[in-house]
Design a protein around this ligand. Structure first.
Ligand code: ZN
Length: 278
């Protein structure tokens, strides 16, 4: 198994240990000590240097000793060597750190440059969003199964729908929202147990609403109806003067957006509010 990060060691120095005797073969001045430097790597790029280790080997009997098994004599000799001829850690072992620092510096510079460019030339960097969708989502959030008495349009619709609807739907759970804008009326319904109606008959709900609107005729001034029916999880039916999506499973709620006006060309937030009908 390969490890993409961890520690590695590299030999950084080799020195002779003077005035020592191998405890095993009794040969004098036969030790060569190798100094290794450990470092932390990520994808084999050294990131952080860690600690140094020393291993002494007797050139005569080939026996090796790690630091904890050094004799006092060997330790003294090594201390002496460290003073006169220290084993310095190579610079490259920390280069990953430098690479990381440089990487973050570059990223910072790029993002700051982006912020600067956007502030200098806001037109070019504007994000393409249709704010009408925000209004629609806000209205969908206002769906409620409790209709206030003063909300006469919704109340009349609810009473009519309650009388007309069939198919085991519990009418008291249906949530309503209506909103008038000029000659347009937005009608949103939420039928959470819509799955009780066979998919191919779901569009009858739209027909019921249209009939009810004709019957209750709330205001003669209204000529355009934008009807959307929400299921438990998503929009399932849409009918507007321009479009319809009556498959009964997933309808594109964006078809309702013309209720909120033409798609604004100006994308500046402040100017947009004045374009939209509220
Ligand atoms: Zn030896």
């Amino acid at each position: 198994m390969l490890f993409f990060f961890g520690t590695r060691a590299s030999k950084i120095k080799e020195r002779k240990l003077k005035r020592t005797t191998c405890p095993y073969c009794q040969t004098q001045d036969s030790f060569v000590v190798s100094t290794f430097s450990k470092y932390f790597h990520f994808f084999w790029i050294p990131i952080i240097p860690l600690f140094k280790t020393n291993i002494a080997e007797c050139t005569h009997c080939k026996k090796s000793y790690d630091k904890v098994h050094f004799t006092q004599e060997m330790q003294r000799s090594l201390d002496n060597e460290n003073r006169l001829n220290p084993a310095k850690r190579p610079l490259w072992q920390g280069c990953g750190c430098l690479v990381l620092v440089a990487f973050f510096a570059v990223m910072m510079t790029i993002s700051l440059y982006g912020v600067y460019m956007r502030s200098k030339n806001p037109e070019k960097y504007k994000i393409e969003v249709d704010p009408r969708l925000e209004f629609l989502n806000a209205d969908i959030d206002k769906l409620s199964s409790f209709v206030q008495a003063k909300d006469t349009v919704t109340l009349a619709l609810k009473q009519c729908v309650d009388d007309d609807i069939v198919g085991g739907i519990s009418t008291e759970d249906i949530a309503y929202f209506t909103k008038q804008s000029g000659d347009k009326l937005l009608i949103l319904l939420e039928v959470r147990d819509i799955k009780k109606i066979n998919t191919k008959y779901r569009k009858e709900l739209i027909a019921v609403i249209e009939d009810c609107m004709r019957y209750t005729n709330p205001k003669d001034s209204i000529t355009q109806y934008f009807i959307g029916i929400e299921g438990k999880w998503n929009t399932v039916l849409i009918k507007t003067p321009f479009d319809e999506d009556l498959g009964g499973r997933f309808a594109d709620k964006q078809l309702l957006l013309p209720f909120y006006g033409e798609k604004p060309i100006v994308k500046d937030d402040k100017e947009m509010d004045s374009v939209l009908v509220e």
